[in-house]
Design a protein around this ligand. Sequence first.
Ligand code: HEM
Length: 1091
Amino acid sequence: MSDGNTEEVWEEMDTRSRSQDSGGEYSDGNEAEDENLQNLAPEAQFEAAVRNHGLERFLELNPDTFEQTEFPTAIVKAVQEMWQTWTSGPEGREARGEAFYTQLFDAAPSLQIVFKSPKAVMAMRFMTGLGSLISVMGKPSALFTTVEGMGFRHLDIDVTGVRAGFFREALMDTIDEGLGENFTLLARVGIHALLNYAGSAFCFVRREYAGRISTILKSWSIVQKANIEEVEVNAEGEESGEIENAEVEHVENVKVEESMQDTKTSGATMNRESGEKENREMKVPTTFNEMLLFNASVMGFGSSSWMNIVLVQWDDIVKNVANFSRLQEECDVMSLVLAKYKGKIELPEFKAVTLASLRSLLPQEWDSDHEVAWGWLWENVEGLLKNMLGKPKLQEHALERFFGNLPPEEAVMLQRQLFPAFFELAPAGQDFLKQSATRINFIADKVLAMSLEMYRSPRRMVEEISAVGLRHVGYAVPTEMFPPFVSASVALMQRFTTEELVVQAFRWSLALIAKILVRTISEGSTLVMKAINTNQKSTLKKAMDVCPRGQRASELLSISVGTQSISPFYWSIDSGALVCAQTILEDLLTIRADRDVYYYGCDHLFTRHPEVIQRLCLSAPTLLPTLLDGLIWRSRQTKEGMRRVNYYVKHLIQDLEGNVSPNLECLVTHGDPQTIRFPAVVLFSDILWSRVASYKFLASKIYFLVILAVFITGQCALFRHTGPQTLEEDVVMLTCRSINYLGSLPKLFISQIKHFFADIRNGDIGRVCGLPIPTYLLNFQESASLMLLCILVIMALQEPFFWCLSENYGVTQSCKAAEERKDFYSVCAFLAMMLYWGLLTDLAIFSMKISSYVLVCGRVAGEVGLFLIALIFLLLAFSTAISALYYEMPEKAGAAVWLEELTSMSLRMYPQDSYQWLVSSSVIITVPVCIFLFIVFIFMANLLVAQLAQSYHDAYSNMQGYARLNRASITATTVQAVPRKKWSAFLSSLRLDEQLEFNEGDVGLSGGIQVQEHANAHPVTEDIIKRFGGSTAPSAPWPREIAMEEEEEDKLGKLEKRLAKMVKSQTKRRREGSTSEGSSGPSMGSSKTSE
Ligand code: HEM
């Protein structure tokens, strides 16, 4: 394995990018000779150029050696430029990769069995890998490490010279097709040599290390399997959990030491008294971690609690034994954690206890190969750790000191110049950071803080960086941007300090952060995520089509790296890629089936995002119809005029714990009358209303009805006679009024106080005519309740019975104090009565028709209001104008008189005789009166009718929705108060966990409610379920469903490519014919294709 650390490799990458970006000088003195080759035949040109640049050893594959190689700078430059041109074309990288695979499989169909992933996935990985090779081609050490890492990843593939040859030729042909004349001779030589170097390395690594690595991985998987079984048996798994969770970040050495002591004691007991009674209490170590700690105590390393730190990452280290760069990352992080450890660290101890533990856990498998392989692994880890031991503490202090002592104005400058320095070095970076300068400075500040925080809490930072990395996946930041970023940041830091240790500390930690980010981006960049960045439906569909059917839903909903995850669906919403979000939603809610299983992403969606309805209401309401329609399945078959319909509304009714779901409340808050009328919402809200909420609501209204009856009895109706009231009547009235005050006032008061303080606490303040009021008062019922409360309080204070009682007149309303208040009291009683009846309109929600009628009345009342304003205006205008003609009719002088006359005319209360008298008395006055009557009765009255008709028409279509919203709001509040037991009984009555039949005998999915609807309500001409034959393996993707036009596009594209290919090969043949007599033998870098 190669040596080196993060810092060196990243520095090399930095230098590469710098020379590349700044147009650095590439020269190896052979350019003149290259120019002289122009006249030779292509094959001869190629060979001469290879010789000219001293690359003869890469003409063929050589699996016997693998060492660092320096490629001539001119070659590196040519390859990098070629790569840039080839991949930055409009087709995009992935399409180039796919073209390459098509070429490869055409040339060598037998190679197809080697590749198990879908072509698109392979293409993406191949292009990323090749890109990283080319980017480090100019730096021997970085190239060596990268090739070696790739070699490890190819261990399980039989890479042979012949296969590598096919690869090379296919790639060169594909590039040739794409670039034609622009694929220069130097670039051909370079890419040929690079691919041969990599191919040879893969063969070498496979021969040298394959045995060791497979021994390690195989034996570790056996150990792991035993661990899992043990944990399953030992359901509580206390011991292993404790060890695995060991976090020594905050110097938890004491705790760790205690655990080591415990193990030591138990180990000692075992040694001393093996086979005796006490042994039963002692836990025999069965997992690797337990065994290691046990062996550590037995072998006298009981105090080496640092081993716990290694154990936390040991699994990742072993599993990534073939991935050197990951191994290095793990060791770098571990070295930071070990730096916090206060005791002495003797690294070789770990090798001894590991080997002893594995020997005990693998008694049958263990042999000398295992001994060599595991020893080799630890030696590599030890080598990497030794490089860093002792350094992190010094670096942390240096960086802390630097940031602590940096004057504020310099700190601001450092922060402000970070990204500009990066843009200077890599101008392409600007395309990814188009944010405002303040946001960029904010990010720069975070980056600087992270470089120090990495030393302070490395494990927490790894988590945090993974999360940040996943966000970078969403912003489609290419990994190539990170080396120049580190480079620019370090160069900037050097301008602020001359202290080498500070620069070193900053460079090291930033390089490690960038490395983790790059890994996260590489792991998190799935085809789906890349497609989302394009916001194109067809690209996303292609990406989804290669997902295994069993994982399709989870790949659309979650991408995880370590413990962090990101949801492609939510990301597409957040980034405004709503086309993609809609495609994802449609795909998730499509029911697909093979012979064995029905696949439907509804459960996945609501399990991963229980708050999806709320999120859509807030951020993407346009997607609500897609979601709500996707919850319905309708049968294509009908029986006796009826059709089966399954509504998968389980997650709309209940949350993941089986409690009341907040979804209905969210839809009510969203307030859209269209959404609430979607069939799925209608069904579930009606079920909640009719089965749970309506009884509770009715119970509360019955109380209200009783109170109203008592109020009516106490105030009026029953005793209608002219004489004075009898004592009995007075007693009944007093009793009713007292019951009314006692029954209404406290209830109304408490409810108002509750709402008032809730709104104040939540800051829910609305405005009416500019006045701030708590929002609950915007609701008619609540504001009417407040008015009723006030009026009842006034009535109680003015109550005639109470006044007479207080003045010792007994139970009567006939006393002086009562007489004084009677008039005011009766007005209040009138208002209270109206409010009581007004509040009763709530009961209309039992019928959607009545409820919408009530709402329509409210809506059109506005039009009537306009009519009244216009009428008052006309009355004032005409009454004042006619009163100016007082000389014509002195007996009716004054505006007030005419106001009264005209009002009674417009209300049709003016007597017929008076009209005749008016006409006979004065023609001059009759004319304006006629005009007034014409305007009011002909113009305004008809206008009012037209207004009402139109506004009724407009309002009624939405009124059903508003009525539903009204009822849903009451349902949502009422179900929240339902006792848990009653709610559970209701849920079990719905039997949501039972699978529903699609058609007779075809048992399908659970989580729904089946109803029958009239066949012609929603005609269905196509089976909603997409059924597929063929393999039923969950790992197989669904067969592609290409739309017709997409298919056409595809065909045209292919035809175009084929034509281009033919033209190119014709041109090439013609060129070859004119320059040489033709050559035979292997084609070095020239196209083999002839069509
Ligand atoms: C070591 C290198 C880097 C670190 C530690 C880093 C860190 C961060 C952090 C902490 C954020 C804020 C995340 C959030 O709050 O959502 C961020 C956002 C971002 N970064 Fe980086 N970054 C690095 C390199 C880069 C590079 C090289 C690019 C592109 C050329 C880049 C592009 C972005 C973009 C586009 C955003 C989103 C900005 C926004 O939300 O307004 N980053 N980065």
